[in-house]
Design a protein around this ligand. Structure first.
Ligand SMILES: NC(=O)c1ccc[n+]([C@@H]2O[C@H](COP(=O)([O-])OP(=O)(O)OC[C@H]3O[C@@H](n4cnc5c(N)ncnc54)[C@H](O)[C@@H]3O)[C@@H](O)[C@H]2O)c1
Length: 348
């Protein structure tokens, strides 16, 4: 099986590529990534000469490139490519609409064209699985919850940020391509991920790396916003199951019952690193900041037998250790363009 993985040099995409090459000897991967500020080939170090892996630097909005790659032979597309940081979408939504919405549309169009051609050509041979399209989405499309309840696949879409609105638009396009063109599409909506190779603008790596540098830990508002944390490898295993056993046209929520208020996560990190809570700084809240996310994953558990393997305590301890051991990886990132962005956001 040949997979086209888009955005494979980012956090989840690179973890997925490492995972799937290890778990499935019959799978090969083409990684298409534009290498924005969030894409980093060091996330894939060691795979350069892997016989089942190849990398193409390019944009998912580039119609010709995407069609060329698909017609070279692809069995499934997993679309991770996105602008993914809420704060950046508040500063400028344009790249979010461009990549997350238009880029997804370009991929879907190319998949429809390739899929039709392939099915027509192979109708007599039958049996072979047509190209399938997995749109990797987020629980943020559902908006914010009150203190009770969980998001199910039937929850209404009420995105709060330009980021989540662009992801919701892409989900709807993907599902519409299933209904209109019969493209075998699946949308997955996962809760907040954490783990190795996460860009240090996101909460957990930001707190770990700032603590390691002895810098203040900026916490939005009262710190009581709740996120439902899932280790990235549990997300990758869920995507593997969806890829091989998911039902086309369906949405699958993915979440590991890992609800924690942000402040509790920050305190756990400080304890693991043996650093003082005096490093915590409460900063002005993010506009439109969702109060609580919580995923009901019973559909993927019931239909595909998925369950997370990591508890949050184990996963966080392992992640903290990874950032301690891989200082060279994040120090380089934190000294580049990211430094200017950080100063603009937090000022110190
Ligand atoms: N991080 C999370 O907690 C989380 C949770 C649920 C869903 N998601 C979704 O999972 C996907 C991956 O998230 P992530 O955290 O790994 O993001 P990331 O920002 O770490 O990586 C995104 C990758 O996409 C690439 N990219 C951006 N624009 C591109 C374009 N136009 N063409 C080709 N490549 C492009 C970047 O270079 C980067 O490598 C996203 O779609 C995101 O919405 C993320």
């Amino acid at each position: 099986m040949k997979l086209l993985v888009t955005g494979g040099a980012g956090f989840i995409g690179s973890n997925f590529i490492r995972y799937i090459l290890r778990a499935r000897p019959g799978v090969s991967v083409i990684n298409l990534d534009k290498l924005t500020y969030a894409g980093n080939l060091e996330n894939l170090a060691g795979l350069e000469s892997h016989p089942r892996y190849s990398f193409i630097r390019g944009d998912i909005c580039n119609r010709h490139l995407v069609s060329d790659i698909m017609s070279g032979g692809v069995d499934a597309v997993i679309n991770f490519a996105a602008e993914s940081h809420v704060d950046r979408s508040i500063m400028d939504a344009s790249p979010f609409v461009e990549t997350n919405v238009r880029g997804t549309q370009v991929l879907l169009d190319a998949a429809v064209a390739y899929w039709k051609e392939r099915l027509n050509g192979r109708a007599a041979a039958g049996a072979e699985r047509p190209v399938i399209f997995i749109q990797v989405s987020t629980d943020e499309v559902y908006g914010s919850l009150g203190p009770e309840g969980r998001f199910t696949e039937e929850s209404p879409l009420k995105p709060s940020s330009p980021y989540s609105a662009s992801k919701a638009a892409a989900d709807l396009l993907a599902l519409a391509y299933h209904r209109t063109h019969g493209l075998p599409v699946i949308v997955t909506r996962c809760s907040n991920n954490y783990g190795p190779y996460q860009f240090p603008e996101k909460l957990i790596p930001l707190m770990i790396t700032n603590a390691l540098e002895g810098r203040p830990l900026p916490v939005y508002g009262d710190g009581l916003n709740v996120r439902d944390w899932l280790h990235v490898e549990d997300h990758c295993r869920a995507l593997e199951l969806v890829l091989f056993r998911g039902r086309p046209g369906e949405i699958y929520n993915i979440g590991g019952h890992g609800e924690r208020p942000n402040i509790e996560v920050v305190q756990m990190i400080l304890r693991l690193l043996n650093k003082p809570e005096s490093l915590i700084r409460f900063v002005k809240d993010r506009p439109g900041h969702d109060r609580r996310y919580a995923i009901d994953p019973s559909k993927i558990t019931r239909e595909l037998g998925w369950r997370p393997r990591y508890t949050f305590e184990e996963g966080l301890a392992e992640t903290v250790e990874w950032y301690v051991k891989n200082r060279f990886w994040w120090e380089r990132i934190k000294s580049g363009e990211y430094r200017e962005y950080y100063m603009k956001m937090y000022g110190e």
